[in-house]
Design a binder for this molecule. Structure first.
Ligand code: GSH
Length: 215
């Protein structure tokens, strides 16, 4: 049986969370690193919308949303119970994260690059809006439990992690000075796991002539 094929991009937060779930579930895939500026034809045939991650299963089925890849992986194996009973509340957090928060995150991240191209708001305004909408509520939640829904990480923690990491990295010094020690502890704990390190290896973009890279 051929391995499922994962089209991925190392730094993409959506791809990071898909790789986290696949690795956690112990699922081996053939990894194809994608350069977003020159996407392989094979990716666009499997998923014409052309975003990563995409998981092409051995039966031909294609999963083209990172959260679907996570859920598919966890149905195969979920050794530490990421599919917790807090599903609905977790889904709300993921929807807020992937929707309005991601918009603010991108505006904040690229505000300087876009300066003078119609982006009048300063980076700090997008940043502060992102804090109010998502970061501060997460920080409040983490004051009462070490993870978003209790004593151990669940799907929502892992689905949000790469995005909060990206937010923190835009201006690491400023983030460290925020009065949110519990949020920082959550981030540092999850980023320092072997699991996280194991999904962050840099790779050259895939070519059809390459040998299979098993991830
Ligand atoms: N809703 C999608 C979003 C994936 C996404 O937007 N990925 C970005 C990279 S971080 C992408 O592939 N963008 C396409 C491009 O830049 O051409 C998911 O959850 O998988």
């Amino acid at each position: 049986m051929p391995l499922p094929v994962l089209y991925s991009f190392c730094r993409c937060p959506y791809a990071i969370r898909a790789r986290l779930a696949l690795q956690y579930a112990g699922i081996k895939v053939a990894l194809r690193e994608v350069a977003l500026r020159s996407k392989p034809a094979e990716l666009l045939v499997a998923s014409p919308k052309g975003t990563v991650p995409v998981l092409q299963l051995s039966n031909g089925e294609v999963l083209e949303e990172s959260i679907d890849i996570m859920r598919w992986a966890l149905v195969q194996a979920d050794p530490q119970g990421w599919l917790s009973p807090h599903g609905a509340a977790g889904d709300d957090l993921i929807a807020l994260n992937d929707g309005p928060f991601k918009v603010l995150l991108d505006r904040y991240k690229y505000a300087n690059r876009d300066a003078g191209r119609g982006s009048e708001k300063a980076a700090a305004e997008w940043r502060d809006a992102a804090v109010e909408m998502h970061i501060a509520p997460l920080a409040r939640r983490l004051q009462t439990t070490p993870y978003l829904f209790g004593e151990k990480p669940v799907l929502a923690d892992m689905a949000l992690l790469p995005f909060v990491r990206q937010f923190a990295q835009v201006d690491a010094e400023w983030f460290t000075d925020l009065p949110y020690p519990a949020l920082r502890a959550w981030l540092e704990k999850l980023l320092s796991t072997e699991l996280f390190a194991s999904v962050m290896d840099k790779r050259a973009p895939w070519k059809a002539t390459d040998p299979v890279t098993i991830f």
